[in-house]
Design a protein around this ligand. Structure first.
Ligand code: IMP
Ligand code: MG
Length: 184
């Protein structure tokens, strides 16, 4: 799926696939340098982080391990409540591990803040966060994100793993939807 398939449903492209890929390559170089000589476990947060995980990890030069978690915030709609439930936990024991959480986006930061403290109770040697996108709201919560791809405006975005009503995850770019999509 790409721009041409979106018809009138696309408002605008914020980040195209080349911009995303170039930035992920830079982030991977930084991660390679920071974790040189240490085994790294990437923890992807389902479902949104699938694309970031796939592309970021392939830019890395080290043989990392990957695991996945699925979490859901209680509360409906497009905002996060901060109360998080684990839908799928890790298969990996974190004792002594260097863990890098891979996320699509930080909005309120509540999900990641919760996840960070949860994983830190499991005896990991270190837990850091890499997120492709960050919205201004995130500044209000004290969650330190070691690697950020892009700071974006406070708008609802889709594509590259991010969904609206479970759709548009398979767009290769990040963009906004035309207002009529939400109204339909
Ligand atoms: P937070 O707890 O508010 O930081 O929420 C983070 C989660 O909400 C992300 O992992 C996404 O799944 C979802 N989310 C936040 N903003 C957007 C957006 O603009 N588009 C799609 N999903 C979003
Ligand atoms: Mg997510």
């Amino acid at each position: 799926m790409d721009v041409d398939d979106m018809g009138q449903d696309l408002e605008r492209v914020l980040l195209d696939r080349e911009q995303i890929d170039a930035r992920l390559a830079e982030m991977a170089a930084q991660i390679d340098a920071d974790y040189a000589g240490r085994d790294l476990l990437l923890v992807g947060v389902l479902k949104g982080a699938v694309m970031v995980m796939a592309d970021l990890s392939r830019h890395l030069h080290s043989a990392v391990e990957m695991d996945w978690m699925a979490v859901s915030s209680y509360g409906a709609g497009t905002s996060s409540s901060g109360v998080v439930r684990i839908l799928k936990d890790l298969d990996t024991d974190l004792t002594g591990r260097h863990v890098l959480i891979v996320e699509d986006i930080i909005d309120s930061g509540l999900t990641l803040s919760w996840l960070l403290s949860n994983l830190r109770t499991r005896g990991a040697a270190s837990v850091e966060i890499a997120a492709l996108l960050r919205k201004p709201e995130a500044a209000k919560v004290d969650v330190s994100v070691r690697y950020v791809g892009f700071d974006i405006p406070s708008e609802f975005v889709v594509g590259y793993g991010l969904d609206y009503a479970e759709k548009y995850r398979n767009l290769p770019f990040v963009g906004t939807l035309a207002p009529h999509v939400y109204a339909d």
